[in-house]
Design a protein around this ligand. Structure first.
Ligand code: UDP
Ligand code: MN
Length: 286
């Protein structure tokens, strides 16, 4: 690293005492105050980041706000490639991109059921890791598209493997998580296991790790299908099982995935970085 000036960390003045900032396997839980953005940006100055989003059928309407706010808040100043998976390439809006940033459209088929659209993301990301991501980017960030950015989502999230706390369950007991509870499913997690409930809409890591994760989740989904079972929360259930047995190197706090309409605000949330856009589930999925 080049010479940098910044305020010194104080061993006896922890920046946050109101929230857990470290998992029991010593992975940081990323909250405002726990990191210096300038140091993180310097450390990852040479990284190229791929962002995968799926806009299948009516979900193309979410692209404009997603991309416009990503240009403001997602990895500003870094090399970024947006990978937009869609069945409607003509409906991808032309949003002006800052230097060093580009957008690639990957035309993919739509599935009939929204559950299949969601689950097949694992298969398509896994396939693209093999085909191209490995040559094109260092890190992959995989996100839902029905969202907007409201504050920095930057290099502080980067790690070989990371997951994000689901805003509906951040303080809940493991027994109440909506993990898949049927032992017949490959997403099964027993009641006495579990660290966190991770969100299906925000995970990532190095291309190699994301390839392992998405391939494993896709294979588990296929095995379930062959056995006539579908995990209760689809790809999210498989993601939770994977991250239980492959501990993430960083965990993103609910700052990184929040729903204001549903949950309002909370005193421990100093930033709202990535926010749900209200949608009519029935209408948009039909
Ligand atoms: N999705 C899509 N078209 C659909 C359904 C889902 O493109 O018809 C993609 C989209 O990227 C979306 C993600 O799958 O963000 C997950 O679905 P959704 O956001 O509806 O799930 P929720 O966040 O409501 O659980
Ligand atoms: Mn969503």
């Amino acid at each position: 690293m080049p010479r940098m000036l910044y305020s010194q960390a104080q061993l006896f003045k922890p920046p946050r005492v109101d929230v857990l900032v470290m998992t029991p396997w010593l992975a940081p839980i990323v909250w405002e105050g726990t990191f210096d953005p300038a140091i993180m940006d310097m450390q990852f100055r040479n990284a190229t980041i791929g962002l995968t989003i799926f806009a299948i059928k009516k979900y193309v309407v979410f692209l404009k706000l997603f991309l416009e706010t990503a240009e403001q808040h997602f990895m500003a100043g870094h090399r970024v490639t947006y990978y937009v998976f869609t069945d409607r390439p003509a409906d991808v809006p032309r949003v002006p991109l800052a230097p060093g940033r580009r957008l690639e459209v990957l035309e993919v088929p739509a599935s009939k059921r929204w559950q299949d659209v969601s689950m097949r993301r694992m298969e398509m990301i896994s396939h693209a890791c093999e085909q191209r991501f490995g040559h094109e980017v260092d890190y992959l960030v995989c996100m839902d598209v029905d969202m907007r950015f409201g504050a920095r989502v930057g290099t502080e999230i980067l790690a070989p493997l990371f997951g994000t706390l689901h805003p509906g369950f951040y303080g809940a007991a493991r027994g109440s998580f909506t993990y898949e509870r049927r032992p017949q499913s490959r997403a099964y997690i027993p009641k006495d296991e579990g660290d966190f409930y991770y969100a299906g809409g925000f995970f990532g890591g190095s291309v190699a790790e994301v390839q392992r994760l998405t391939t494993a989740c896709h294979q588990a989904t296929m095995a379930d299908k062959a056995n006539g079972i579908e995990a209760v929360w689809h790809d999210e259930s498989h993601l939770n099982r994977y991250l239980l047995y492959h501990k993430p190197a960083k965990v993103l706090s609910p700052e990184y995935l929040w729903d204001q309409q549903l949950l309002g605000t909370r005193p421990f949330l100093r930033k709202l970085r990535y926010l749900a856009v209200p949608k009519n589930h029935k209408e948009i999925r039909s």
